[in-house]
Design a protein around this ligand. Sequence first.
Ligand SMILES: Nc1ncnc2c1ncn2[C@@H]1O[C@H](COP(=O)(O)OP(=O)(O)OP(=O)(O)O)[C@@H](O)[C@H]1O
Length: 230
Amino acid sequence: MADPSAIELTSAAMSYSGRTLFRDVSLQLAPGSFHFLTGPSGAGKTTLIKLCYGELRPTEGRVTFFDDDTGHMDRDTIALLRRRIGVVHQDCRFIDHLSVAENILLPVTVSGGNVERARADMDDLLGWVGLKALADHRPPELSGGERQRAALARAVILSPDIILADEPTGNVDWEMSLKILGLLIELNRLGKTVLCATHDMSLIRQAKTRVSARVLRLRDGGVELAGAEL
Ligand SMILES: Nc1ncnc2c1ncn2[C@@H]1O[C@H](COP(=O)(O)OP(=O)(O)OP(=O)(O)O)[C@@H](O)[C@H]1O
């Protein structure tokens, strides 16, 4: 039998207040694959990512996590499966009065995981994203690139199988974009499935020299596989 897809959308449609954003979107994220999601601003990239981790349900169609249809799942079951999916939100979603390290620990705290062990591993994790010196700082004191790397550390703290990154290089310079891309590629080489939304074509072109990535483009209410023009 073929490997189950990490995440699969089948004929998914999404509407907000009766306004259809996209329809008939089907995609499969195979385990260990690397996908980019691109498209014009407002096309629905963030919305599609929210479908991919169950924050939103499609107005039509089906979403499966690891071959399980989420349509019949209650919130608790979806929350359990979500521990296998790490998300880097476009706006990072930090709690500003907690330190960077405490923010990174939040998924462990919230899921009732082993906080002591996670604290013991924190130095390595902060070292991986290059933020050791900022562990005790508060999120508002961080630069854009530091925030994105802290968000990535938080996304991987539960060792998820899948990383969904929504514009993880928004508002950072090229050098920092490459650094963040490098971290995502590293995760993919460790076997993680990666979906990265970006409108930065240079970043996609750069990635394609280093990793076998497919590019999905949201346009005119549908999704297409972008071709060699990239
Ligand atoms: N909760 C919501 N209620 C109503 N409309 C929404 C909601 N969330 C998003 N939208 C609308 O859906 C459209 C797509 O938004 P989305 O954030 O998914 O696009 P995007 O492709 O990620 O955009 P960007 O590249 O600018 O981040 C926008 O027009 C937005 O205003």
